[in-house]
Design a protein around this ligand. Structure first.
Ligand code: ADP
Ligand code: SF4
Length: 688
């Protein structure tokens, strides 16, 4: 299909200092959990982005000196020349596809703990680390400032030798030395680097100058700058000093990459922010500078992108998450295939990977992080190697992904679903408060499947083992999901919770399928991701008097990893939900529940006419088990394999379900691998 001419503007080249970007799509720096530990995975992932049409592909934050060591997190590292080959490989992969490679140099100041290097980090003032770690930073004197400037300059020159086209000065996210010098909160110095804004901006200005002098002849030097910290007069804001900084430095950098700080404001999930949420904060920048401006806001719609360019908000469309969910987003717009875009759902499962210091995964894009180690490409999949017919039982995210990917391989696929709609858990969960965008997991796959004439969908078809034996399938995948438990078992309770018969007990499935509760409702969250918190929110909205009880020390505690925890807890408090942490349920009675303190076992009783148990899911394996017990009939039925996949195999995240379905499709008709089924980046033994 030819490109829609309305989108031509997105494919205009943009001059960035001495470089030309071939279009307006700009993958801004983003962490990924690969960093210096998984360089081949990293290079392949960045290369795929370039192949997908992003004119600029950036690294994650790259430590410019060993005294800014973010271990155990896997960020980039350019401490000395020994790191150059890793970066050269990244640059090579990006250049292979005609894109520009950008590097984000970082000095993390008191944000880094330096667990590995054991150096005290340098910062504007002596201060405890910003996590609950007993590390302090060292207040920089003039000699330290001089040394830092030299380190930054050396790192920029090294980056140029790696082949990078754009070399960032990073002053964002409330995470870098320059941003800490700029901040009144972190800088009460009395020398020429403290006090007035002119003084506090000095180090940033000097770093920019140094970098421009060192590499600006051939490389572009962008600045990444947070124009608002959402702290009102306590912090930098587009209404006050941040605007002044943009005015002071307006024409110095070759590009302004602007956002809001800190990271959890910049990368807000769809549960808390709409696409485009940063626009009101950043839109002033273009009025002040003549240099290109890049901004982000989880943009996936080309119409919204065109509007941003035409209305003068930005010159290039920045993206981290939309480029993770669909590395080929620009290409799809260019080729007139807008409906094929796999839109980011704003869940931050990608961020979870970085937080857990492992290569990131993505709910929408199961190939993310697998480009090198499993050779999975987001847009290419091997053609079928047999004429097998495949039956998928269950059309949740697992079954839909498996059916789609097998269909794309060319197999004949039957997708059977017990209910009248596709989507499984995603259909229900996307109806919960603020999770509507999660429906994109279903929408994308449904559209793709409906384009494939070799995939048949059978709705309203609850299959039993006997049915399956008559369906002429050669391979059967059971993707029947995992309903929530009704007995309270989970992390805390190894046996049924006593007294459940005496009260009205509900599971998340009941609530999602329409049960409405009134009066005193106790939500017991021993699962700790989003479900407990989101159900408390829903029930409260429905008018119940909700108490959320959890054995953890805070609500939805896993969501620290997705940058949402503080927002969830704040929202529930403001809605009037009573929160009781570090307690589990001791027993349930009519109209009341007895709680026990997880430390002391001391008990308290609270009123509850209904109890919602968010403890654990249990795989639905009845069909799988029945087929296994009839395995002697498989050969006559033409069945070669029966597999249990996704939540029916082991419950987990939607990302894990999609990945499982994808893996099933990729591995159809391949040899069984013995040993580790993916490549590993092995550490080379030092010769001394
Ligand atoms: P997953 O996350 O692994 O995809 P889900 O729970 O989202 O799991 O989806 C499982 C789907 O399987 C649901 O839509 C459910 O209706 C369907 N299902 C369960 N049992 C059967 C069955 N026997 N026949 C057909 N569909 C089934
Ligand atoms: Fe978007 Fe979620 Fe994928 Fe991250 S994990 S890119 S937020 S869909």
């Amino acid at each position: 299909m030819p490109r829609d001419p309305r989108y031509d503007i997105l494919f205009e080249p943009v001059k960035i200092g001495p470089k030309i970007a071939r279009n307006r799509f700009y993958q801004v720096p983003h962490c990924n959990g690969m960093g210096h530990q998984h360089p081949s995975s990293l290079a392949a992932m960045r290369g795929v982005k370039a192949e997908g049409g992003w004119a600029v592909v950036s690294t994650e934050e790259v430590e410019l000196h060993y005294s800014s060591d973010l271990s155990p997190f896997n960020e980039g590292r350019l401490w000395d020349d020994a790191d150059i080959p890793y970066h050269s490989r990244v640059v090579e992969k990006i250049h292979e596809h005609g894109s520009l490679a950008a590097i984000e140099l970082v000095y993390s100041s008191f944000h880094s703990i330096n667990n590995y290097s054991r150096e005290a980090p340098l910062s504007a003032i002596c201060r405890p680390n910003d996590s609950y770690d007993p590390t302090y930073s060292h207040a920089m004197n003039k000699a330290d400032i001089k040394a830092f400037r030299q380190w930054h300059r050396d790192a920029a020159l090294r980056a140029k030798r790696c082949g990078y086209d754009l070399i960032y000065v990073y002053c964002g996210h409330n995470l870098t030395l320059q941003s800490h010098f700029l901040s009144r909160r972190y800088n009460d110095r009395t020398d020429e680097y403290g006090g007035s804004l002119e003084n506090r901006v000095r180090l940033l200005r000097e770093t920019l100058q140094d970098t421009l002098e060192a590499v600006g002849d051939t490389c572009a030097v962008p600045i990444r700058f947070a124009v608002d910290e959402l702290l009102g007069s306590e912090g930098l804001s587009c209404e006050n000093e941040a605007r002044d900084v943009v005015e002071m430095l307006a024409e110095m950098p070759d590009l302004w990459d602007v956002n809001i700080a800190d990271w959890d404001n910049d990368s807000q999930t769809s549960r808390f922010a709409e696409s485009g949420y940063q626009e009101p904060f950043i839109s002033f920048v273009k009025k002040i500078t003549s240099k290109p401006v890049v901004g982000v806001g989880r943009y996936t719609s080309p119409d919204a992108m065109v509007k941003l360019i035409k209305s003068g908000v930005m010159d290039m469309i920045g993206a981290a998450r939309p480029s993770i969910a669909d590395p080929f987003l620009p290409k799809k717009i260019e080729e007139g295939r807008v409906e094929d875009i796999r839109e980011c759902i704003g869940c931050n499962m990608c961020v979870v990977g970085d937080h857990q210091a492992v290569p990131m995964r993505c709910t929408q894009n199961p190939t993310m992080g697998e480009e090198w180690r499993r050779d999975w490409h987001p847009e290419k999949i091997a053609k079928k190697t047999s004429d097998s017919r495949i039956l998928i039982v269950g059309a949740g995210p697992t079954g839909m992904e498996a059916a789609m990917a097998l269909g794309q391989r060319g197999y004949e696929v039957m997708l059977a679903e017990a209910t009248k709609e596709l989507g499984g858990r995603v259909r229900h969960e996307s109806r919960l408060p603020s999770l509507i965008q999660w429906g994109r997991v279903r929408d994308y796959r449904e559209y793709q499947i409906r384009q494939l004439s070799n995939v048949e969908i059978y709705l309203d078809n609850q299959l039993a083992a006997d049915d399956i034996l008559t369906l002429d399938a050669n391979h059967v995948a059971i993707a029947t999901g995992s309903p929530w438990r009704r007995d309270g078992r989970g992390r805390e309770h190894h046996h049924d919770i006593p007294g459940l018969d005496s009260n009205a007990i509900y599971t998340p499935d009941d609530i999602m399928q329409g049960a409405t509760l009134t009066g005193d409702v106790l939500v017991y969250d021993d699962e700790h991701y989003y479900m407990g918190g989101v159900l408390a929110e829903k029930l409260c909205q429905d008018g119940a008097n909700v108490t959320l009880v959890t054995p953890a020390t805070d609500v939805s505690t896993f969501t620290h990893n997705s940058l949402e925890q503080h927002r969830i807890q704040k929202q529930l408090i403001e809605m009037g939900v009573t929160i009781i942490t570090t307690h589990s349920i001791a027993s349930v009675a009519a109209d009341s529940v007895t709680l026990a303190c997880t430390y002391t076992s001391r008990e308290q009783q609270i009123a509850a006419q209904s109890v919602v148990l968010v403890t654990a899911m249990l795989p639905e394996t009845a069909v799988f088990d029945a087929l296994q017990s009839h395995s002697e009939q498989w050969a006559d039925a033409g069945i070669k394999t029966v597999d249990c996949i996704g939540d029916a195999y082991a419950p987990g995240t939607i990302a894990a379900a999609v990945w499982s379905g994808h893996r099933y499709a990729r591995e159809m008709d391949t040899e069984n691998v013995t040993g580790v089924p993916f490549k590993r980046e092995l550490i080379r033994l030092s010769s001394n």
